[in-house]
Design a protein around this ligand. Structure first.
Ligand code: UDP
Ligand code: GLC
Length: 378
């Protein structure tokens, strides 16, 4: 099966890390076309997955863009569409992994008569997208042969926004559990980061207002003074203003000794392993939330914001804890519970690890995708 994958970004967000694992299964017969260059291209090359950067400049459509910005950007899309249309003739199907890739993929699909597949990594709700972008996404996605939603929550929002229910199959992100299971001595890393003797809460997400890093900073005030937070991740999509706001918040609350921003890191697993708890604090519904599963696979107690797919991933009190989004005091209570009841909490983390190993296998994810692709392509 020859697949032309399309993705709008050159940065390694969760949707791209998911694509990396899927495309690896087709590395002898696929091409990943990116609309901008970046470290994601290098990751693909390291895994020996064919990749081409197709657009010279990034396409400037923001999630909140209205109709005019959308139309202006469409005129810039023409050269890109031509290139993708020419390329697509060598492939059996076009597999769009992001929304801008969907728009290009849908247009090209009607020109070159190649079937379109859309991997939906987003929740198409007003909290995440403008009305225009939701309409456009649904209009284009309804032309696909198959929509792969990364969770039931993403599927439900797609249908609510007007998406055709008959097109959608839910496939969770998959992981290689063995990578997370190894015992790692984290003492050195702890001392390097000056975290000895601290109760460490880890937050692993790009810095973005909807990921709610500010909620954890706020919560720290209501936790014991031995609790510190590490923030792993960077502003990937132009959210520098939010980074400044977070730093100002730390200044205002005088939390310098208890908060560390580590930037984007490639060593997420050792960093997770050194944490006592991992917190996920999105204030808008999370479409899937790879970090939630990664934390469970690392055997860490996981607290997540109760919305979107987090509700599918965590059974509160059994495999982790769900707290109301944007409620710092409730989050602080959950962190304090983890700090004070460590024996009970570590049992929950072990149960979560066992369940996650069963439920989020990459081999299973890839088999499901292969099955759905085969059923529409034959
Ligand atoms: N991640 C990473 N380095 C960082 C921060 C995050 O490699 O510094 C990874 C993280 O392990 C996860 C992904 O980025 O696999 C983020 O995916 P998620 O689905 O949690 O959120 P997204 O950013 O895609 O909304
Ligand atoms: C997107 C979503 C995230 C999800 C990832 C992989 O980046 O924001 O929730 O985990 O895609 O599907």
């Amino acid at each position: 099966m020859r697949l032309l994958f399309l993705d709008q970004t050159g940065k390694s967000g969760g949707a791209e890390l998911c694509l990396l694992d899927i495309a690896a299964g087709y590395q002898n017969s696929c091409l990943v076309g990116l609309f901008e260059d970046g470290d994601f291209r290098q990751r693909l090359e390291q895994r020996k997955i064919p990749v081409q950067v197709l657009a010279e400049k990034a396409i400037a459509v923001r999630k909140s863009s209205g109709a005019i910005a959308g139309l202006l950007s469409v005129s810039k899309l023409v050269p890109l569409i031509n290139r993708v249309a020419t390329l697509s003739r060598q492939y059996d199907a076009i597999y769009a992994n992001t929304q801008k890739a969907l728009v290009v993929g849908a247009i090209v699909s009607s020109i070159s008569r190649r079937p379109l597949i859309y991997h939906l990594h987003d929740i198409l709700s007003p909290a995440h997208f403008s009305k225009t972008n939701r309409r456009l996404a649904v209009l284009m996605a309804n032309r696909a042969k198959l929509v792969i939603a990364n969770s039931q929550a993403s599927r439900a929002a797609f249908i609510e926004a007007g998406g055709n229910p008959e097109l959608v199959e839910v496939v969770y992100n998959g992981f290689e559990p063995e990578q997370y299971l190894a015992e790692i001595d984290t003492n050195e890393l702890r001392s390097l980061l000056e975290l000895q003797g601290r109760f460490v809460v880890g937050h692993f997400s790009r810095l973005s207002p909807w990921k709610g890093q500010h909620v954890l900073i706020e919560a720290l005030q209501h936790c014991d003074s031995t609790v510190s937070a590490i923030f792993v991740g960077d502003a990937l999509f132009g959210e520098q203003e939010y980074v400044q706001q977070l730093q100002q918040q730390v200044d205002r609350l005088n939390l310098h000794d208890r908060v560390k921003f580590l930037g984007f890191r490639d060593d997420v697993i050792p960093l997770m392993k050194l944490c006592d708890v991992v917190a996920h604090t999105s204030i808008a519904a999370e479409p899937f939330g790879r970090v939630i599963v990664e934390s469970m696979l690392c055997g860490k107690p996981t607290i997540a914001a109760k919305a979107g797919a987090a509700i599918e991933l965590i059974d509160s009190g059994v495999t982790g804890w769900l707290t109301t989004p944007n409620e710092p005091k409730e989050l602080a209570t959950a962190i304090e519970h983890c700090r004070q009841s460590q024996t009970e909490v570590s049992k929950i983390a072990t149960t979560a690890q066992q369940q996650a190993r069963q439920k989020f296998q990459l081999t299973e994810t890839n088999a499901q995708i292969q099955h759905y692709l085969q059923s529409i392509l034959t």
